[in-house]
Design a binder for this molecule. Structure first.
Ligand code: ADP
Length: 167
């Protein structure tokens, strides 16, 4: 049983993440999408909301499971019995940070390999941050995120607009 962990913020999950998850699910018997819970880093969506959006999308693939984790990634991966950590590489700009993280994780636990997967070219410019920016400004995001995420972003920003109209 070969298990891989795909960790990230997923705030929220985009079609780029889903592309990477599908590729990983073909290579491994089981994939755990691990949502990092970080008290210091408040996102737009709560950890529960991110997990729920992932369950509604990535979680529909038979060998993909969604979990939340906090603390050291290598410790979580070892506790689950994973042999690999998956990360997505979009462009050279991702490389330096990812390379540093991968080597640090190897120092912490040499038994876990980091594997980089490239998404379909159409998704190389996609990030959660840019999708949130477009949605906040009222732009169309249907080709960047799955439907449950589009709906959730719509609700989030409609709520924000209602609050700022009241202030
Ligand atoms: P983090 O905060 O850990 O970078 P993200 O949710 O932004 O979390 O990303 C998780 C992983 O998915 C990272 O390896 C990131 O490079 C990758 N990723 C994000 N967006 C894309 C995309 N459009 N295509 C491929 N990989 C992506």
């Amino acid at each position: 049983m070969r298990l891989a962990i795909y960790p990230g913020s997923f705030d929220p999950v985009t079609n780029g993440h889903l592309d990477v998850i599908k590729r990983a699910a073909k290579l491994f018997d089981r994939v755990i999408v691990a949502v990092a819970h970080n008290e210091q880093k408040q996102g737009l969506f709560s950890t529960e909301e991110r997990v729920s959006l992932l369950n509604a999308t990535a979680g529909q693939t038979a060998n993909v499971e969604v979990m939340e984790f906090n603390g050291l990634l290598v410790e979580f991966a070892a506790a689950q019995g994973a042999c690999a950590v998956i990360r997505g590489l979009r462009a050279i700009s991702d490389f330096e940070f990812e390379f540093q993280m991968a080597l640090m994780n190897r120092k912490l636990d040499a038994s876990i390999e980091t594997l980089f997967l490239m998404p379909k070219e159409d998704y190389t410019y996609l990030s959660s941050r840019i999708v949130k920016e477009i949605a906040r400004l009222g732009g169309g995001i249907e080709s960047f995120v799955p439907e449950p995420v589009r709906a959730a972003l719509g609700e989030k920003f409609a709520a924000e607009r209602r609050i700022s109209a009241k202030v």
